[in-house]
Design a protein. Structure first.
Length: 421
């Protein structure tokens, strides 16, 4: 016999949703569903409708996009899911006695330029390096990305770089929210590393005891901590340069202000001259669902997403984030709902025993594609940020797939079995 929480979930909660709306992200769900509804009303493919109304400039201001590859996202994700092979008629497809449906939705998230970030770099005489920053790693790969950028800019092996984060004694950084951490920390680290590498080169070419003495700075290249000149066969190393100066370490410090596009490292100021553009990350979700016609149970069979978000610093960790966003969309679309007693305003399902979230069994195969973009108007790294982007569009793609499978348009979330019976 159902308990009070499940009664509210299936009764009063629905009334509450219709009166007050459901979740902050419901805006994205409603807009994605509304476009799908319009497409079917006009007998136009949902992707084609979006292509016909594609915004070549920001409709709010009329300014150009710094970069926008949304059309390429539609194409890549649509091919991955097999969109062209579906029967577009609602309730027309079957699989193993189940109703089969395809749905899609767009994704967009603004590039947030706001968190001033600092980084400290230290090179040791054993040709290793350390990076310190007060930023946090929430599990999205900040440690990995920071180490990668440092290793790339100092031309060191990745194993030679130690990253230290999350301490208030370290240089300051902003909150890890709003798809800003990787871009903010990454740009500060890149500026500090470039400046420190150049300082070491200067120390080498101005040292009479260095094999590279007197060489032009721009002729020096670095590989695995070893300095070489195109004009000489002799080499020098970070460690040898420091020890001749009676140094065991050399520090660098930088500050990156994304709001103004200004970076400071070693007393030098670097500025990004930004055009008058609008900067967003874009993407598209496509989903395939099955619906049991007797039980109303919805299962997500497959998902495919494609995103254009500037330079992707680490494709593996980024792909994991996109898959995580897709699974969050499954929760929003089919499972997660807060049940409230309208008489007492008490939350009736405050624990995970009654608040349903996706499990491993709910996670389908998820295809991930990144569209290569170069966006120099954003930052030296050209990275836009992806933190919240994959959550946008996932739930409406699933809801639209449910309509295609059943012919029933559900205008609230989560979609529950009794909605389809």
């Amino acid at each position: 016999m159902p308990n009070s929480a499940s009664k509210a979930r299936h009764g009063t909660d629905r009334a509450h949703r219709s009166q007050y709306g459901f979740q902050l992200s419901s805006y994205h769900s409603h807009s994605g569903r509304a476009l799908d509804e319009l497409a079917y009303e006009l007998s136009v493919d949902p992707v084609e409708l979006r292509l016909r109304n594609h915004a070549d400039v920001d409709p709010r201001s009329g300014t150009a996009w710094s970069s926008k590859s949304l059309k390429e996202c539609y194409d890549a994700a649509g091919k991955a899911i097999g969109w062209a092979g579906r029967d577009p008629r609602p309730a027309s497809m079957r699989k193993d006695g189940l109703q089969l449906g395809y749905g899609m939705s767009s994704a967009a998230y603004p590039v947030n330029q706001r968190e001033l970030t600092e980084a400290r770099i230290r090179v040791f005489c054993d040709n290793s390096a350390m990076v310190q920053c007060g930023a946090q790693d929430l599990g999205t790969g900040t440690y990995t990305i920071t180490a990668q950028i440092a290793a790339e800019e100092l031309a060191l092996d990745l194993g030679k770089v130690t990253v230290m984060l999350g301490d208030t004694d370290f240089p300051r950084a902003g909150n890890s929210t709003g798809a800003i951490t990787s871009a903010s920390v990454g740009n500060a680290v890149q500026l500090a590393e470039r400046n420190l590498r150049q300082r070491i080169i200067q120390l080498a070419v101005t040292d009479p005891k260095s094999p590279l003495a007197g060489q032009a700075e721009d002729s020096i290249t670095v590989d695995n901590g070893c300095l070489r000149s195109a004009n000489l066969a002799k080499t020098d190393t970070y460690g040898e340069v420091l020890l001749r100066r009676q140094l065991t370490t050399l520090d660098g410090f930088s500050q990156w202000d994304p709001a103004s596009g200004t970076g400071i490292a070693g007393g030098k100021i670097a500025r990004i001259v930004r055009a008058d553009t609008s900067s967003w990350s874009f993407g598209a979700w496509f989903a395939v669902v099955t619906v049991d016609p007797d039980l109303g149970m919805v299962r997500v069979e497959r998902m495919a997403g494609a995103w254009a978000a500037g330079r992707i610093l680490n494709p593996k960790t980024a792909a994991n984030q996109m898959r995580g966003g897709g699974i969050m969309g499954i929760g929003q679309a089919l499972l997660e709902g807060s049940a409230t007693d309208l008489a007492t305003a008490r939350l009736l399902n405050p624990g995970l025993n009654e608040y349903l979230i996706p499990s491993h069994a709910d996670a389908p195969p998820i295809s991930v594609t990144f569209i290569e973009e170069h966006d120099p108007d954003i930052s030296p790294l050209g990275s836009k940020g992806i933190g919240e982007l994959p959550v946008v569009g996932a739930a409406p793609a699933i809801a639209n797939a449910v309509f295609h499978a059943t012919g029933h348009r559900i205008r609230h979330l989560p979609i529950m079995p009794e909605d389809l019976l």
